[in-house]
Design a binder for this molecule. Structure first.
Ligand code: GLA
Length: 380
C-alpha cells in the first residue's frame, strides 16, 4: 500500500527506475460489489461501485517492454509472444496483445505501476491494472479507445492471457464508475444504469487471500455450466441461470443434484435481490437494502459456498454490533466484508467487530472506508 497516493508514488518510481518523467499516465479504480455475486457469468445483474482507491500506470515510448511496480523491486522485461508466467506482468502482456488486436500497436514501452487497491482482497485490483494500463498505453500510441472497447480489451487480457474466466463486472465498473453512484450492469444485455449511492462504506478484511486462477472460482463456473445444461432439459428455451424464475426453484430442487440445485438457487435469488436493491436504493430505503446484503451473504455461505469462516464471523459480528447490512464482496473464499451502518455509529460498529474478531482469531483485522468514485481517467 502506498501512503503518499499512487499518482505521486508512480511518478517517483518512474523517475527512479527509468531516469526521466513519464510521457503520460492513467488511473483506474478498484471496486466493491454491493450485490450480485457470481451472477455476471450467469446472465444476471450486478451492482458495484468504483472505489476511491486506484491503480496508476505511467508510460513512455521504448523499444521492447519493461515493467516496474511499487509492490516489488526490480524491472521485468517481457515479450508479447511469450507464454504467461503466472506473474502480475501477465496482465500487462495480455493488455498489449489485446490492444494490438484492436489496432493499437506499440514497438515498446517503459511502464510503472503504483496502487492503493489491496491485491487479492476481492476489490478487483486486476481490473484496476488492466484498465489503467490499456488507457495509458493507448494514449501513448495516440489513440483513445471507446469505453466499451476498453472494457473488452481489459476483460480479454484477463480471460485469454492471464487465464481467469471472469465475467465483465470488474472491467465495466472500473471504466464506467461515477462519484455518488452505483452501477446496475446487466451481464446478459450489457445495459448500464446509474443508481444513487452516497455515503461511506466500511470494509473489514478477512485477511484471507484467494487466487482466482487455479481454484474454486473456475470450479463454480463449471458447476453453473453443468446446472444450466440440466435445467435446459426442464426448460428448453432457457438462456442463462439468471433467467429462471424464483417460482421454478422447487422443481429444480427435485430434478437436480443437491449441490447444483443450491448453486442455481443462489444465482436466482441473488438476481431477485439485485433487482429489489436497485429499487430500494432509488427510494432511499437503507434498512431494506441492508437486509438484502445480509441475505446475499447467507446465500453465498449456504448455497454458493464461496465464503469462508473469517468472513462469516465478521458478518455475524457486524450484525451483533448493529450494522444495517454486511456481506462478503468479490470473487469469494476470502477478501473483504463490506459493512453498512449509520454514519454516527459506523466507527463504533467497526471497532467492535475488530475487537470481537481479535478475541476469536488472535489478530485485529484491517478496516478501510470507501465511497463511490469515478472511473478510469488519463493522468497528465
Ligand atoms: C470476480 C470476477 C467477476 C465476478 C465476481 C463474482 O471478481 O472477476 O467477474 O464473477 O468474481 O461476483
Amino acid at each position: 500500500m502506498v501512503k503518499q497516493g499512487p499518482r505521486h508514488a508512480g511518478q517517483a518510481l518512474f523517475h527512479e527506475v527509468f531516469g526521466t518523467a513519464p510521457h503520460v499516465g492513467a488511473s483506474a479504480p478498484g471496486r466493491v460489489n454491493l450485490l450480485g455475486e457470481h451472477t455476471d457469468y450467469n446472465g444476471g445483474p450486478v451492482l458495484p461501485i468504483a472505489l476511491d482507491r486506484r491503480t496508476v500506470v505511467h508510460v513512455r515510448p521504448a523499444h521492447g517492454f519493461r515493467f516496474a511496480s511499487t509492490l516489488e523491486p526490480g524491472v521485468v522485461e517481457r515479450r508479447l509472444a511469450e507464454e504467461p508466467r503466472g506473474h502480475w506482468t501477465d496482465y500487462l502482456v495480455g493488455v498489449l496483445r489485446e490492444l494490438a488486436a484492436v489496432g493499437v500497436e506499440l514497438p515498446g514501452a517503459d511502464l510503472t505501476v503504483a496502487s492503493n487497491v489491496p491485491a487479492g482482497a476481492g476489490l478487483s485490483s486486476s481490473a484496476a491494472l488492466t484498465v489503467s494500463a490499456a488507457t495509458a498505453l493507448a494514449s501513448l500510441a495516440g489513440k483513445r479507445l471507446a469505453p466499451e472497447t476498453l472494457v473488452e480489451v481489459a476483460w480479454r487480457a484477463e480471460t485469454l492471457y492471464a487465464g481467469v474466466r471472469c465475467g465483465r463486472m470488474d472491467q465495466t465498473i472500473s471504466v464506467f464508475g461515477r462519484a455518488g453512484k452505483a452501477l446496475e450492469f446487466d451481464s446478459a444485455t450489457g445495459s448500464r444504469r446509474m443508481v444513487p449511492f452516497t455515503g461511506t462504506l466500511r470494509m473489514i478484511d478477512s485477511g484471507l487471500r484467494h487466487a482466482l486462477v487455479a481454484g474454486e472460482y473456475e470450479h463454480r463456473r463449471i458447476e453453473c455450466e453443468e446446472a444450466l445444461r440440466r435445467c435446459r432439459k426442464l426448460m428448453p428455451d432457457l438462456n442463462a441461470l439468471a433467467d429462471i424464475p424464483v417460482a421454478a426453484l422447487p422443481k429444480i430442487a427435485r430434478h437436480l443434484p443437491g449441490t447444483l440445485a443450491r448453486r442455481v438457487r443462489h444465482v436466482v435469488t441473488e438476481t431477485a435481490r439485485v433487482h429489489e436493491a436497485v429499487s430500494v436504493l432509488g427510494r432511499g430505503r437503507k434498512t431494506r437494502f441492508g437486509e438484502l446484503l445480509y441475505a446475499g451473504h447467507e446465500s453465498l455461505r449456504r448455497d454458493f459456498e464461496s465464503s469462508c469462516d473469517e468472513a462469516d464471523t465478521i458478518v455475524a459480528l457486524a450484525r451483533k454490533a448493529g450494522a444495517t447490512g454486511a456481506r462478503l464482496t468479490g470473487g469469494g473464499w476470502g477478501g473483504v466484508v463490506i459493512i453498512l451502518a449509520p454514519e454516527r455509529s459506523a466507527d463504533t460498529v467497526v471497532a467492535r467487530v475488530q475487537n470481537d474478531f481479535a478475541e476469536e482469531y488472535g489478530r485485529i483485522p484491517q478496516a478501510w472506508e470507501g465511497k463511490a468514485s469515478g472511473g478510469v481517467k488519463v493522468e497528465r
